[in-house]
Design a protein around this ligand. Structure first.
Ligand SMILES: Nc1nc2c(ncn2[C@@H]2O[C@H](COP(=O)(O)OP(=O)(O)OP(=O)(O)O)[C@@H](O)[C@H]2O)c(=O)[nH]1
Ligand SMILES: [Mg+2]
Length: 285
């Protein structure tokens, strides 16, 4: 029986922990079992129950306080994640093995973890060895995406995670509920972007011909290969959350091997039910 996991990634503050708690509530309302693992050793608080918490293994504060290491917050985090990569058996033990495993992994926000450090790739390979089908979920804050240059850099961040992890990836624009109606309209063009026309819109603002050529090449690459798309995520919109979940489930083929469960039988009516009395009671009241 395959197991399923969402690797929830994205820049700091993009809404990863909120996404996890919203998704847990949504899936539980659908009667689906789901568990969350906190993989952020610097996490302060999150409002979902965890099945495992990396802080039981190692904490950033302890690393920073260590006089022999002398790390700051970012170096400390990298140290923690490397320590984690050398101790995957802790995760294996914490995960256990239940039927229909579906796990959300709430990752830290440091972008270097996805772009050039090997730890996330090692984690994905390890999960795959444990029979997990993993989908990357890359979150970007929609507030930072309403301008085309910011959008292009968001696309590049998502793309670098995609290329380095080599797993199916669903990209999401979070915090859609915070956008003004005008910005919401504006952002529609970024959800299914036409990179060429975006490039044309901004060609006047780029002065350097070399930079212009580079931007054009990047836009062309993204557009020609349909590499990056974004789905909107508004935590108040159940229907939208469901669409996101469907995309993710589809990418890891969740549901294909599930066994059909018989619906619960409705209790039979008691044999000695007196309909006359029941009817009488209704008429009297
Ligand atoms: N209105 C609104 N606020 C959101 C949404 N998602 C996240 N936030 C807020 O954005 C802030 C950061 O959200 P988190 O979920 O902690 O973000 P994160 O990516 O886990 O942050 P780090 O773990 O620090 O990288 C919090 O104050 C959230 O309440 C959303 O969909 N709508
Ligand atoms: Mg978080």
């Amino acid at each position: 029986m395959p197991r399923f996991a969402q690797l929830v990634m994205g820049p700091a503050g993009s809404g990863k922990s909120t996404y996890c708690s919203t998704m847990v509530q949504h899936m539980e309302a659908m009667n689906r079992s789901v568990q969350v693992v906190n993989l952020d050793p610097a996490a302060e608080h999150f409002d979902y129950p965890v099945m495992a918490d990396i802080r039981e293994l190692i904490q950033v504060d302890d690393v920073m306080e260590d006089d022999s290491l002398r790390f700051g917050p970012n170096g400390g985090l990298v140290f923690c994640m490397e320590y984690f990569a050398n101790n995957f058996d802790w995760l294996e033990e914490s995960l256990g093995h239940v039927e229909d495993d579906y796990i959300l992994l709430d990752c830290p926000g440091q972008i270097e973890l996805y772009t050039h450090l090997p730890v996330m790739k090692q984690l994905v390979e390890q999960l795959q060895q444990w029979e997990f089908r993993v989908c990357g979920v890359f979150l970007v804050d929609s507030q930072f995406m309403v301008e085309s240059f910011k959008f292009i850099s968001g696309v590049m961040a998502a793309l670098s995670a995609m290329v380095s992890l080599e797993i199916p990836q669903v990209n999401i624009m979070t915090k859609m509920d915070l956008l003004s109606p005008k910005a919401k309209k504006e952002i529609e063009k970024y959800l299914d972007p036409d990179m060429y026309s975006m490039m044309e819109d901004n060609s006047d603002t780029i002065k350097s011909p070399k930079f212009k050529k580079l931007t054009k090449a990047i836009c062309g690459l993204i557009d020609d290969y349909s590499m990056v798309r974004f789905l909107p995520f508004d935590r108040t919109d159940e229907e939208g959350i469901n669409i996101v979940l469907q995309h993710i489930d589809f990418s890891i083929q969740y549901g294909e091997d599930l066994e059909f469960k018989e619906p619960k039988e409705v209790d039979e009516e008691p044999a000695n039910l007196n309909y006359d009395e029941l009817f009488q009671g209704k008429v009297d009241s």
